[in-house]
Ligand binder design. Structure first.
Ligand SMILES: Cc1cc2nc3c(=O)[nH]c(=O)nc-3n(C[C@H](O)[C@H](O)[C@H](O)COP(=O)(O)O)c2cc1C
Length: 365
């Protein structure tokens, strides 16, 4: 059996294989409520055979949504909306995770296929927050909104919102939480010297800039059961000299490991327009960065970035760079990718299938 299709456990949770669906914004929620779209999208990924699905960036507060179409977990109705989505995916043998997030100064944006740029208050936008008061960017068309620099009370309020969202995630039936500390959103903004210009205990040295993330993790741990997996997504580099470097993030991963975080999902970029996006051409290097974290820290990692081929995924695992691979765009192209991968690697395709598919198409996915 390949490593890709070997079952894998973190604490009390066993994944049927080491293929995870990376978190992917769908922009199909209303008032933070997931919809029929999510039922179909997540349902397809679950039927396709992934071992883990990490639900898209889900806001811990209404002002933490990237766009008005992003889901949230700041109220009880949102728990109810998630239930049928989870029920089906879990019935297919898939572990359901959720990425909890606050978008910080990159919140209040328009849905990308409309414009992706900043929404003014008159257009239905809302005030944003960040460690420091500088706007994300002048995108050439319009200035992004200047965020409010967070007070200590604001910081504590956000940590409380992460705790409450974790409690709601548990109630909804999620078995895995990933804290989003990447791509220029709030927790990454604290980590990155490109964004964080504070001179209090949350700014300055790397240890101070990491304080917000580490305190948030500790707060979530008070609410999230200790036998369920807790992961963190980190942007492993800001891609520019003045920004975060891989060595900084290895240090942060060490601190996360000491706190008891189980796994680090290694992505890159997003802090500023110059520090590239999460789907830029450099991301094929991300699995190597995951390897550095795994080797130097001894924590489990997830590798992500232009993984499209079964042998490529298997090689990442075999070379010890990661414990699990995450795919995003390839699973949008083909939610049944895990079946094709199993066939390519000579693994048991039928075990990934519901009985009807097994009966009629068996080993030829
Ligand atoms: C449509 C889309 C939505 C995404 N939404 C999120 C998200 O909600 N949270 C996140 O951390 N990354 C998000 N990403 C980044 C992916 O999780 C992943 O890191 C990136 O696409 C690289 O993987 P890939 O080469 O397999 O696509 C998104 C990517 C795409 C294409």
């Amino acid at each position: 059996m390949s490593l890709l299709f070997s079952p894998f456990s973190i604490k009390s949770i066993t994944f049927r294989n080491r293929i995870g669906a990376a978190p992917m914004c769908q922009y199909q929620a209303t008032d933070g409520l997931v919809s029929d779209w999510h039922q179909a999208h997540i349902g397809a990924l679950a039927m396709g055979g992934a071992g883990l699905i990490i639900m898209e960036a889900t806001a811990v507060r209404a002002d933490g949504r990237i766009t008005p179409g992003c889901p949230g977990l700041w109220n009880e109705q949102q728990i109810e909306a998630f239930r049928p989505v989870l029920k089906f995916a879990q019935s297919q043998g898939c572990v359901m995770g959720i990425q909890l997030a606050h978008a910080g100064r990159k919140a209040s944006a328009e849905i990308p296929w409309i414009s992706g740029t900043h929404l003014t208050d008159a257009e239905g936008g809302w005030p944003t927050i960040s460690p420091s008061p500088e706007a994300f960017d002048n995108d050439g068309k319009r200035l992004w909104k200047a965020p409010k620099a967070m007070t200590i009370t604001d910081i504590k309020d956000i940590q409380t919102a992460f705790v409450q969202a974790s409690q709601r995630a548990l109630k909804a039936g999620f078995e895995y939480i990933e804290i989003h500390a990447a791509h220029g959103y709030l927790l990454h903004s604290f980590l990155s010297p490109l964004v964080n210009k504070r001179d209090d205990q949350y700014g300055g040295t790397l240890a101070n800039r990491a304080r917000m993330l580490l305190e948030t993790v500790q707060a979530v741990q008070t609410a999230w059961p200790s036998d369920l997996p807790l992961g963190v997504r980190l942007s492993m580099t800001d891609w520019i000299e003045q920004g975060l470097q891989v060595e900084d993030l290895v240090e942060v991963a060490k601190w996360l490991h000491e706190l008891g975080v189980d796994i680090v999902d290694c992505t890159t970029g997003g802090a500023t327009p110059d520090s590239r996006s999460s789907i830029n051409s450099g991301i094929a290097q991300q699995p190597d960065m995951a390897g550095q974290v795994r080797k130097q820290v001894g924590i489990m990692t997830q590798a992500v970035g232009e993984i499209t081929d079964a042998q490529q995924a298997e090689d990442i695992l075999q070379s010890g760079k990661a414990d699990m691979v995450l795919l995003a765009r390839q699973l949008l192209r083909d939610p049944y990718w895990p079946r094709h991968a199993a066939k390519q690697l000579g693994d048991d395709v039928a075990s990934l299938m519901p009985p009807l598919h097994k009966l009629f198409i068996g080993k030829n996915p």
